[in-house]
Ligand binder design. Structure first.
Ligand code: FMN
Length: 422
């Protein structure tokens, strides 16, 4: 496992600069985002960068960080700095992990596999998405014993849910992250304007097409269309893409119509908007892995989650992709931390862009932070190497911020004071 020391990382960049070599991946987030945008297909960019509605929840995520300021403390001997912590029994070198992101093949052909390899290289936990482009078994095999989780979308098929839970356990996952905020897809204006939904091309459905229960359900699905689709060049391209994205031989898939059937089956069973708290015991019955609820934004929901005996709470507004106008996660954090009070690990994501953002979340009571879009952009720009470079930068940035704020370890970060700007 590769270790990062902030000063070495900084020195390497400057010494390379003396030899005329600039970092391959932009260090600054705004530049990283811009370069990724320049490189990506417009539909991929819209899907990854976009949010719901007028994207005010995305704005709230960003603005939330500006309302809190770190108050650095002096003369505290920060020569030895320890950023390590652990999550569900596995140690990690820094208090962050890679959040579940679906359809990564839109960013890079190696998709989830490149991310899994990069995460494992540093021992940063990776949450496999339910909408991954690569089956969880393939990613897990590339990670050896590095920490990973599986993110579940609650399907209409209980049998499929159970199958996913069993596969996650067999893959060595340390927990199940149940995403609660996407029982339906949000009103994503950028995708709607391009009339683009990657799943219709068979993208982001690898966990399904590799699943024996899904394959059985799919084989029982009627392949004749329920609604009339106009036969246009684009419709043919969509059909070909769905066929290409289905595992196995293209010609055999074309003949059997498997790609199209997989898409239809996926659309019909992917989510269950009628889930309620009383469904949670079903998960507990079918897995002994820790259960972490993702998408919690209200202290009362956190309280309820604890009452139901969940093992972790994950504050998220899905990067502002679901409810336009939703509360920013850093705003939601203090109230939820007050309820959780260290009883279970408290995770958070949405809008984190720097070491300082991570520091603030820890000072406000979070245990670990999920990195989202930044790693997609790094993946788009330079595959596995890009994600590795991003992780090295985040580790160095966080370590330096921590030390310069006067903290030697995460315990001191948790106890450090922030000031609020009105
Ligand atoms: C392109 C994209 C796809 C995503 N797919 C999933 C997913 O499959 N499952 C999930 O729980 N969250 C998904 N998320 C939400 C992320 O896990 C995370 O909550 C979000 O990216 C954090 O916001 P940020 O990217 O602004 O930091 C996705 C986010 C993006 C940007």
């Amino acid at each position: 496992m590769k270790k990062i020391n902030a000063l070495d990382r900084q020195r390497t960049i400057y010494l390379d600069g003396a030899a005329g070599i600039r970092p391959a991946l932009p260090v600054d987030f705004a530049r990283l985002e811009q370069e990724a945008r320049d490189k990506m297909h417009p539909e991929a960019w819209a899907y990854i960068a976009g949010g719901a509605g007028r994207e005010t929840a995305m704005a709230a995520n960003a603005a939330g960080f500006d309302r809190w300021r770190i108050v650095p403390r002096m003369l505290r001997n920060v020569e030895q700095r320890d950023t390590t912590t652990d999550l569900f029994g596995k140690s990690m070198p820094a208090p962050f992990f890679l959040a579940p992101i679906g359809v990564l093949q839109m960013a890079h052909s190696q998709a989830d596999l490149a991310v899994a390899r990069a995460a494992a290289r540093f021992g940063i936990p990776y949450v496999f998405s339910n909408q991954a482009s690569v089956p969880m078994e393939t990613c897990a095999a590339a990670m050896e014993d590095a920490s990973r989780f599986f993110q579940l979308y609650w399907s209409r098929s209980d049998e499929l849910v159970v199958s996913f839970l069993q596969r996650a356990k067999a893959c060595g996952c340390s927990g199940i992250v149940v995403t609660l905020d996407t029982t339906m897809l949000g009103w994503r204006t950028r995708d709607l304007d391009l009339a683009s939904l990657p799943f219709l091309k068979g993208m982001g459905v690898a966990q399904y097409t590799s699943d024996p229960v899904f394959r059985r359900i799919m084989d029982q699905t009627d392949s004749s269309p329920k609604t009339k689709t106009k036969i246009t060049w684009s419709a043919i391209q969509t059909l070909l893409a769905a066929t290409r994205n289905f595992p196995g031989s293209f010609l055999a898939n074309l003949r059997s119509g498997a790609g199209l059937r997989a898409v239809r089956t996926f659309i019909s069973i992917y989510s269950r908007p009628n889930i309620t708290w009383s469904d949670l015991p079903f998960l507990r019955k079918h897995t002994d892995l820790p259960i972490i609820l993702k998408g919690i934004l209200h202290p009362d929901d956190a309280r309820k989650a604890l009452d139901y005996g969940v093992d972790g709470i994950y504050i998220s507004n899905h990067g502002g992709r679901q409810v336009d106008g939703a509360i920013g996660t850093i705003e939601a954090l203090p109230g939820i931390a007050e309820v959780v009070r260290g009883k279970v690990p408290l995770l958070i994501d949405s809008g984190f862009r720097s070491g300082a953002d991570v520091f603030k979340a820890l000072a406000l009571g979070a245990n670990a932070v999920g990195i989202g879009r930044p790693y997609c952009y790094a993946l788009a720009l330079n595959g596995q190497a890009g994600v590795e470079e991003l992780l090295a930068n985040w580790m160095a940035d966080f370590e330096l911020t921590m030390g310069l704020a006067g903290c030697k370890n995460l315990e001191e970060v948790h106890n450090s004071e922030l000031t609020q700007v009105s």
